[in-house]
Design a protein around this ligand. Structure first.
Ligand SMILES: NC(=O)c1ccc[n+]([C@@H]2O[C@H](COP(=O)([O-])OP(=O)(O)OC[C@H]3O[C@@H](n4cnc5c(N)ncnc54)[C@H](O)[C@@H]3O)[C@@H](O)[C@H]2O)c1
Length: 249
């Protein structure tokens, strides 16, 4: 990734932080983008302390103007964009679909689905002269359903299909669009589950070897997908889930 310029949304925490650090270790100049100013700045500081190159830009990926400005500021800083990791996401409150507050549905879809569209659109424009790679974070919950997660399933299923559709549209610009679908990963987004050990262990057992993954294990896959070694991978979403989506339980 030497001399590549990468944006990582949701870079302040979990998978995004691990990916920003991994991309920087591989030589990329990384723009850490997050709605949380403290955590985003922390990631950028940690990268610089390790000798990497990073900046931090506040973004709310549910706003088109905010994502457009993020890409514009990145172009002003570095003159190009090679890698866009549309990773920011929220899990939302759990309700059965018939009791789901309409605002809660829209809030989750705004970040997880519309935010990824804004990232694809703006990065696609920024990359169309020189090519690039766009990676979207879906989830195995875009493939299989659990109870009381309707907006999350809706939005992550959309990310899988948006990845395929965008890959087809952007192929003529030498832009690859791929996705990752993590299983249970030990990050902030699932910290609420930690307070319920029975539920946590039940979900953990859904991974073939019975353990949650680490953000680094997902970041390693994202780094590979972003690299030239993955040059023939396009339009697919890769499950990073220790087989969780491959067996009946
Ligand atoms: N952890 C898991 O088990 C798991 C499983 C499947 C998919 N995912 C997906 O992985 C992605 C990363 O999540 P994580 O697990 O690292 O969780 P996390 O909560 O540690 O990180 C999510 C980051 O996104 C940021 N964010 C939230 N809303 C934002 C917005 N509107 N604009 C910009 N940034 C915003 C948060 O501030 C946070 O830093 C998400 O898309 C999530 O849905 C996670």
């Amino acid at each position: 990734m030497a001399n590549k310029v990468a944006i990582v949304t949701g870079g302040g925490s979990g998978i995004g932080r691990a990916a920003a650090q991994k991309f920087a270790r591989e030589g990329a100049r990384v723009v850490v983008a997050d709605v949380n100013p403290e955590s985003g700045a922390d990631t950028a500081t940690a990268i610089k302390k390790q000798g990497g190159e990073a900046d931090y830009i506040v973004v709310d990926t549910s706003s088109y103007e905010s994502v457009e400005s993020l890409v514009q500021q990145t172009l002003e800083l570095y003159g190009k964009l090679d890698i866009m990791f549309n990773n920011a996401g929220v899990v939302g409150e759990r309700y059965s679909v018939h009791e789901m507050p309409v605002e809660e549905y829209h809030r989750t879809v705004a970040v997880n689905q519309h935010g990824v569209f804004y990232g694809i659109k703006t990065a696609g424009n920024a990359m169309k002269e020189n090519g690039g790679v766009i990676i979207n974070t879906a989830s195995i919950y875009g493939l299989i359903a659990d109870r009381k997660h309707f907006p999350y399933h809706a939005s992550k299923g959309a990310v899988i299909m948006m990845t395929k559709s965008a890959a087809l549209d952007l192929a003529r610009f030498n832009i690859r669009v791929v996705g990752i679908a993590p299983g249970l990963i030990e990050t902030g987004i699932v910290s609420g589950l930690r307070n319920n050990p029975d539920l946590w262990h039940k979900i953990e057992r859904a991974q073939m070897r019975g353990k949650a993954g680490t953000p680094e294990e997902v970041a390693n896959v994202a780094a590979f997908l972003a690299s030239d070694e993955a040059s023939f991978l396009n339009g697919h979403v890769f499950c990073v889930d220790d087989g969780a989506s491959s067996f009946k339980r």
